[in-house]
Each structure stands twice: as structure tokens, then as C-alpha cells.
Design a protein around this ligand. Structure first.
Ligand SMILES: [Zn+2]
Length: 107
């Protein structure tokens, strides 16, 4: 055990409610995400703490997903689009048209 432990007065600020705290500790730095002033357990209010913009990122992600699902094609339409895409790739690769591709382009 150390004979003398050097204690420093370290100030830390809660990132959620910006309340400042002082600690007598041997640590150099203290990081507080949520404290008793702003934690829902102590306040009784249900709030979403968004320290890293995760809530905004989630909402952005969900809005993208809903826009994709609204344009979602039926199974048959997806199959046709996939076949067309495949034939286009094949044409670009070979530079020649097959009879099947020509028939597909007529339809
Ligand atoms: Zn706080």
C-alpha cells in the first residue's frame, strides 16, 4: 500500500445537464455522462439523453428506411429488374447481343 496518495481537486461537468461537480480524487480526469440531477430515475421524467447524436442518427436511418420501403417493388417487378440489370451487364461485358437479350428488349 502506498504511504501517501496524492489527491487532486478535479472538476467535472455533466455532459447532459452541464452541472459542474468537484471531486477529491487521485484520477487526472473524470467524465460524467449522466448525473443525479438529470437521470430519469431521480427526476421522474422520461427524457432521452442524446450525448453523441445517436438519436438523430437513428431518426435519419429510419427515415431513409421508410422512403425505401414505400418504393418497394413487388416480387415479379424485382425479378424483371434484376434480369434486365443482368442482361445489361452481360452486354457491356461481351459487346454482343444474344437472341434472348434481343427478345427481352422487344418486350
Ligand atoms: Zn446531469
Amino acid at each position: 500500500m502506498k504511504a501517501k496518495v496524492k489527491l487532486n481537486l478535479v472538476k467535472a461537468i455533466c455532459t447532459s445537464c452541464k452541472t459542474e461537480y468537484s471531486f477529491l480524487t487521485s484520477a487526472d480526469k473524470i467524465h460524467i455522462d449522466i448525473c443525479s440531477n438529470c437521470h430519469p430515475f431521480y427526476t421522474g421524467k422520461q427524457t432521452l439523453v442524446d450525448t453523441d447524436n445517436r438519436l438523430q442518427k437513428f431518426n435519419d436511418k429510419m427515415s431513409k428506411n421508410t422512403s425505401i420501403s414505400s418504393v418497394r417493388l413487388s416480387k415479379k417487378e424485382r425479378l424483371i429488374a434484376r434480369k434486365k440489370e443482368f442482361s445489361d451487364k452481360k452486354q457491356a461485358k461481351d459487346g454482343k447481343l444474344t437472341l434472348k437479350d434481343m427478345l427481352a428488349s422487344i418486350k
